[in-house]
Design a protein around this ligand. Sequence first.
Ligand code: HEM
Length: 401
Amino acid sequence: MNQAAEKIYFNPWDPTFRANPYPHYRPLLAGGPRIIDMGFKFALVARHADVRAVLTDHGSFSNVQPAGFAFDLQAKALGDAPSMLGSDPPTQTRLRRLVSRDFTPRRIRELEPRIREIAKNLIDAAERKGEFEVMADLATPLPVMVISELLGVPPDEYRQFKSWSDKIVEALNTVPGAPMPEDISNAFNQLIEYFAGQIERRRKNPGTDLVSALVAAHDEAEALSAGELMQFLMLLLLAGNETTTNLIGNGMLALGRNPDAMAALRSRPELIGGAIDEMLRYDGPVQATFRTAKKDVEIGGTPISAGTGVFVIVAAANRDPAQFKDPEKFDITREPNEHIAFGEGVHYCIGSTLARLEGSIAINAALERFPNLRLKNPDAAVNYKDSYFLRGLSHLEMAVK
Ligand code: HEM
């Protein structure tokens, strides 16, 4: 195939591109990584095998944010403490080991009854209204209420918490190198101050929540420094909320557009595990992640030189025809389904169990409660929030009667 003849368009800052990036992935999937020039040189990595090759090679590809990128400022505000997602082994290994002791599958499973209760209460409220706007009524509040529970944040403070987190997520949309807008840096500072207060409270008065456990975390001579602990709390909030919100929203949209799949899931709720995997594959909340080449390296036949920024497009890989039969088809019984919506390698999503649990409970609860659930305006265009990396709807009206 003559790669040069293929027309490539990739611009995460273009709202039209963001509204539907999938057609733009097709030419990228026809060959190895392409190098484009957007002021800086970037490599676009799309094929499933190439994406896996990059994500599993942390010796060649770094997760450290280049100077001037969105979360640089956050690191500065925290005395340059590293975050797990923004560091490489061995620093990342150490941070992940320290938090994994307390962020355990058991702690997540213990949350299940509470997640059910939160989902039930939210759906009760929608039922009373007689209207169901999936994002505001269920997908947005649920994950932040669950994280608040996990962190031991009083439930009535979650709205404030969420508004800071939404603001900070906007930093991902800023053009690299551009100054951080003041409202975003204010939100950073307020959230840092808030967490500092929470940490102090737990030091004096430990409870059974995750923050208390992390405050006490120690690893022989090692402990999480104050800045590292703060980085992890911010990461949980930022990596764990918007993503799960968008899993529920994008998943409900896919079901609404595929009524047969919705009917099958309603009659056999036990299909939810496979359905969630297909939602993650078909229209995942994370479109792409980012790496910087540490040395000259070749991926899928394309030389990538040291210093090049790499867009690792997991959502494109999840539609790769070399990996998935009928990749454009939404099939909740797809088997096997080796999507990489949660990444791969050392940075593989630490919250995948929690995200699956929340998504399964929320979606099955909505289907069970509303037997006539369907898209309110099936032919209308849907609107997405302003982020390419984190793909999610701003609204999704569904009819319930
Ligand atoms: C459907 C929801 C979610 C999706 C699609 C998702 C996706 C991802 C992906 C793709 C990565 C790897 C990024 C990279 O390699 O650059 C990642 C890492 C991470 N995720 Fe998630 N995530 C989700 C939910 C969550 C939740 C609920 C939490 C926590 C409460 C969480 C916490 C994290 C953390 C801490 C990392 C960094 C791990 C490390 O660097 O070692 N995520 N996630």
